[in-house]
Structure formats: C-alpha cells, structure tokens
Design a protein around this ligand. Structure first.
Ligand SMILES: [Zn+2]
Length: 259
C-alpha cells in the first residue's frame, strides 16, 4: 500500500515538473524566466524608450503617433519579433501603443468610425516570415482600443527591394505603386477613417504610399501609428527642419530595417 502511495506521489511530482516545463516562460530578450514575454528588468528597459510626446505632424496630411524611439531595448525587441519569431512581444507592444492612442487621439464618437489597417507584407515576404508583425501588433492595439481591425484591408502588390539602402526619393518612387486596397473591402472602408499601423516609422515613405492607395480608392486616412520611430524625435515636430534631421545610416547604424 505504502509502495503504491510512493509511486503515486512520484507520478504526481513528475506531472507537476512536466507542467512546470510547459508553464515556465523565457524572457524574449534575455532568456531568463519571466512571467510574460518579458522579464521585469527588460520590460523596464523597454519602457525607458517610451517618448513623452508621441505625436508628430511633420508628415504632410498624415499625423503620426509613435510609442517610443527605435533604440536600445525597444529596437532589440522589434528585431527579435521580426527576425527571431518572438511573436509574444507583439501583443504587449500593441497594447502599449493602444494605450497611447487612447490617451492622445481617442475622441467622443462622431463622424467616421476609426478602424485599423496594418501595413501589409508582400506575399513572398509573408511566406518567408510566416507572419506580418504589423498585423500582430494591430491585434494587441485593437484589443486595447476596441477599434475594428482590417488585417486584409491593404495588399502589397509589388515586392519592393530592401528600402534601407535607398534615399527618400528613391524609396517613395519604389513604394508608390506597391499598395492596393482589397477591392472586397472598399465599400465598407469608405464609411470609416483608417489608422494605418506599422512597427517602425522611418522616413514616412511606406505610410505615405499606403495612405495614397487608400485615398485613391476614396477612403479617408486619419494617420499612422507605429511602435517606434527612427527619426530624431525633438526635431520631428518642426516641419522645416525635419527633412535634414532624419538620421543618416551612420548615425543610427542598422536602425532603418527592411519591413
Ligand atoms: Zn529579460
């Protein structure tokens, strides 16, 4: 009987250890055990990248809201999300961006319904990566803001070469034909006001091209929300100086990453 009891306890402990193995999570940045996608220390470091003034109106006709600067731990987190499949980070980053949107841009219901359309990847890139980081971030954002999410609203119809080696004009020329609105969603989106959503804001060329495609289809664009931006922040709200203040590749080595 005692033997049975010992065996029973051993099986119970084994089960618990097995359960523990499944429940233990690793921090996406430092690999230490963590209660969520990040340990408390890495979460604190990412929060240090949050900027006090997230709004920027330097883009013609396209307000920009960004949660933090593309630097330090936030940059590391976005790279891990995209290139090492640490997709658990997307919900947390989307949630934080959503909170910032609610604080700065939520208005009492009037006019067109705000909706969210993530910047799409081209089908080839989507197949390579297996997910669109902007759409995953948008899920977290929409859970927080309760805005409708249209992950298929835009399509990337042209595969654009890696943008980080191009200057502003070359990027714009490369991107202007890259996006098309999903024809099945045009009638529905015409009654809304679209917030584009992306992981990183660099020169604004991608967001402007996506906004152009929506507006060409008769759809209103409210602005763009990004988790991070790679532009010198203190200059971002000064339109005249903005163009000169986009960080050079030397100044932010590796900061401008391909989508
Ligand atoms: Zn950590």
């Amino acid at each position: 009987m005692e033997k049975f009891g010992v065996a029973h306890r051993a099986i119970g402990q084994g089960k618990q250890q097995l359960l523990g193995l499944f429940l233990a999570r690793q921090c996406s940045l430092c690999q230490r055990s963590a209660p969520g996608p990040l340990c408390l220390s890495c979460e604190r470091q990412i929060r240090q990248c949050q900027v006090p003034n997230p709004l920027d109106s330097s883009q013609a006709g396209l307000p920009v809201l960004s949660w933090g600067s593309y630097d330090g731990s936030l940059r590391q987190a976005l790279r891990r999300l995209k290139y090492e499949h640490q997709t658990g980070l997307a919900a947390m980053l989307g949630h934080e961006l959503g909170r910032t949107w609610l604080q700065h841009l939520a208005r009492p219901a009037q006019g067109r319904q705000p909706v969210v359309v993530p910047i799409p990847l081209h089908a080839t890139r989507l197949q390579q990566r297996g997910f669109n980081q902007a759409a995953l971030i948008a899920q977290g954002f929409c859970r927080q803001t309760r805005l409708p999410h249209y992950p298929e609203g835009l399509q990337r119809v042209l595969a654009t070469e890696a943008q980080h080696r191009l200057n502003r004009q070359q990027r714009q020329a490369n991107l202007i034909q890259a996006f098309a609105v999903n024809p099945a969603l045009v009638p529905r989106l015409r009654h809304t006001s679209v917030w584009l959503l992306d992981d990183i804001f660099t020169t604004g060329a991608t967001a402007q091209a996506a906004a152009h495609a929506l507006r060409k289809a008769g759809i209103s664009v409210a602005g763009v929300c990004t988790v991070a931006r790679a532009v010198a922040w203190e200059m971002a709200s000064q339109p005249d100086r903005h163009r000169q203040q986009i960080l050079t590749p030397q100044a932010c080595q590796g900061a401008i990453a391909p989508s």
